[in-house]
Design a protein around this ligand. Sequence first.
Ligand code: SAH
Length: 219
Amino acid sequence: MTDNLQGIGMTSQRTRERMVQRLVAQGLRNQKILDVMRNTPRHLFMDDALASRAYEDTALPISYGQTISQPYIVARMTELLLEKGPRQRVLEVGTGSGYQTAILSPLVDYIYTVERIAPLQKKAKDILWGLKLRNISYHYGDGSWGWPEQAPFDGILVTAAPMEIPEPLLQQLTVGGVMVIPAGREGQQYLYRVVRGEGGCEVEAFDAVSFVPLLSGRV
Ligand code: SAH
């Protein structure tokens, strides 16, 4: 288990260090986020056949036609979420491989993560449990509706792209809450940050991105 956790060869600490150096070169400066990325074994979140490519700065396929987000985008979304101050209760839509969840876990108080593909959720849950990350609750469902029973959240991070920001997610954000979400159709997708104020929401656009679509229902 120790070997598997630390990784050998292309999955080693040294490979992760190079990944972090790339993130710094790409402009990421938040030391806490960089430290978590340095210490999180990304190769555990993908299938064995692709594990040797785990630290390349690219999105890679996981099962069921989904992808594990590229390290830069994971770091960037985390940075945008935390820039306005620490977050206590964070809703994540699209657990996927669980890698983004693992990065958030040591940086926020508690994560509520929602996934619509049951086997992906189970696999992610097992890996995150194995890494002893315990501040996470899992929900199997359509995250476009948020997680009303656990709302409100002072942070929401969405890792699949809707055409437009879903209204229920806006409603489940506290005043002062921050949501980071990709939106738009293929080829015209951007990362947005929504900050909910007393009177309404402030929306800023950031990087051009290419996420899998936010789909309705569960499978
Ligand atoms: N953060 C993940 C990204 C996985 S890809 C990672 O780095 O691995 C996006 C994920 O969002 C997929 O697992 C997909 O099944 C899920 N997804 C898409 N639409 C969803 C919805 N409406 N509710 C919950 N999850 C959804």
